[in-house]
Design a protein around this ligand. Structure first.
Ligand code: UD1
Length: 443
């Protein structure tokens, strides 16, 4: 099998880093995770950064991109729109240079349906070429996930929107113009979509009730490096003076705070100690406080942080998922896994997505004691979990079930690795390097 470095060296288009659809992970639990984990660039930052390359005919180089399936699918979509790319594998993650000199055509509906973030193409493509038609998005099955805020905002900027045969078409016969717009909810995707589009809309745009996630900030920083004028970065009010021609830039993707939180949860839940390279403790946001309350020990070290399990075991800790700076909904499944054997109980309120407890049934198969009422789950810590066959139905469900398998006695077979591949590169190899007994096989 080619190493990660060989697989990614000097390609013009990123190859898909996936195994076969029937792959599964065989986990023999009970080993504490110990060692070093280099945290990849953030999936949720990388995808909008890549879409932003549509806004310019200059060369945009992005470094520290993660070698995950979603990045590969988006690379293909951009390639289909005429954005030339050169990919290489550097020690510090993937590096790609994008050249959208002649952007033309519409994104392949098949690719768009595979990933929600591809919907962000609509506004930038409209701004660049005057018309865009993008299939309604797919992605994780974690709720209804409408796109009404994206579309309302684009209409405020002067777009005319129509829907036909499962696709949204946007036109701007009079051009895009700056506007004042208040998002009805601080949607991450809609904020990113509107900021990008506003950079090419003429005049001043003021967006209120924006998402403040670090990934939104990372995107704004790239746009500024490309020549955009944006005030209020990191706050819920963004002011964009648009209409200027954007140019090239070089930008490093922020580390993945969700991957970091997932591995901290895995280290703590297995009684281990892991050094994470990339993020510092301050990058964990509200999850930092939650980890501390649960007893996880965290300390900053040069270039990263060290997470270790408390000698006396974890303590069940209540939490509520919220938009940033609250606890991220994407961490809810791994954090729930961390609570499965903790002392006492943990009440978990999921406020972002109505369908985000799909991992619970499978956790119960491993012996977990979880009761769900509406958007609240009550986890009572158990003495032991025992391996079983389980299936991850989205990226975070899959990683959380991997953690639960690492905590369980005997063998757990985890299916749904296509979901895991969407968000984590070489997950099996990197877990094995921490001492986990994990093997990826084809059934
Ligand atoms: C992004 C992340 C995802 C994370 C989510 C919340 C990416 C690629 N994905 O998704 O991993 O779980 O933020 O942190 O960055 N909503 C509407 N109308 C809209 C848009 C959103 O009602 O037009 C609702 C959604 O249904 C959901 C809530 O707003 O209930 C949050 O969604 P949003 O912040 O938009 O999430 P995404 O950008 O899709």
């Amino acid at each position: 099998m080619a190493s990660r470095a060989e697989a990614f060296s000097a390609r013009t288009v990123l190859p898909k880093p996936v195994g076969r659809p029937d792959d599964c992970l065989v986990i023999r639990g009970g080993k504490p995770l110990r060692g070093l984990w280099r945290v990849d660039g953030a999936k949720n930052a990388a995808l909008p950064l890549m879409v932003a390359t549509l806004l310019t005919d200059g060369l945009v180089t992005l470094t520290n991109l993660p070698g995950i399936l979603d990045v590969a699918v988006l690379a293909e979509l951009l390639d289909g729109l005429g954005v030339e790319q050169h990919w290489s594998y550097a020690d510090q993650g993937l590096r790609a240079t994008f050249a959208g000199v002649r952007v033309t055509g519409q994104p392949d509906p098949e690719g768009v349906r595979r990933m929600r973030a591809s919907f962000l193409i609509l506004g930038p493509l409209l701004a660049r070429t005057g018309v865009a038609s993008v299939a309604l998005p797919g992605g994780d099955a974690i709720g209804t996930r409408p796109v009404d805020i994206h579309l309302d905002g684009l209409i405020a900027l002067g777009a005319e929107i129509s829907q036909d045969h499962g696709a949204i078409t946007a036109r701007a016969p009079k051009g895009l113009m700056g506007a004042n717009y208040t998002l009805s909810f601080p949607s991450v995707g809609a904020t990113e979509h509107l900021v990008m589009t506003a950079t090419l809309a003429s005049g001043r745009t003021e967006l209120r009730n924006c998402a403040r996630e670090p990934e939104v900030t990372d995107l704004c920083r790239l746009l500024v490096a490309m020549g955009a004028e944006i005030d209020g970065i990191g706050s819920d009010r963004l002011v964009i003076i648009g209409g200027k021609r954007l140019g090239g830039a070089v930008h490093r993707t922020i580390p993945d705070r969700i991957e970091a939180g997932t591995i901290i949860a895995a280290a703590a839940a297995t009684g281990g100690e892991v050094e994470l390279r990339g993020p510092g403790i301050e990058d964990l946001g509200a999850a930092h406080d939650l980890f501390l309350r649960a007893g996880v020990r965290l300390r900053d070290v040069e270039g990263g942080l060290v997470a270790s399990a408390p000698p006396g075991g974890l303590t069940g800790t209540d939490f509520v998922t919220q938009p940033f700076p609250g606890v991220a909904t994407d961490l809810q499944p791994p954090l729930m896994a961390m609570m499965l054997k903790a002392a006492g109980s943990a009440r978990i309120d999921e406020t972002l997505f109505e369908n985000r407890f799909r991992h619970v049934d499978d956790m119960r198969r491993l012996g977990a004691d979880i009761v769900v009422r509406g958007r609240t789950a009550l986890v009572r810590g158990v003495q032991r979990l025992s391996g079983a066959a389980v299936r991850g139905t989205d990226v975070r469900a899959a990683s959380s079930l991997a953690i639960a398998g690492l905590m369980a006695e005997g063998e757990t077979i985890l299916e749904g690795l296509d979901h895991l591949d969407r968000g984590h590169a070489a997950f099996t190899e990197r877990l094995a390097a921490l001492g986990a007994d994990v093997t990826r096989i084809q059934r």
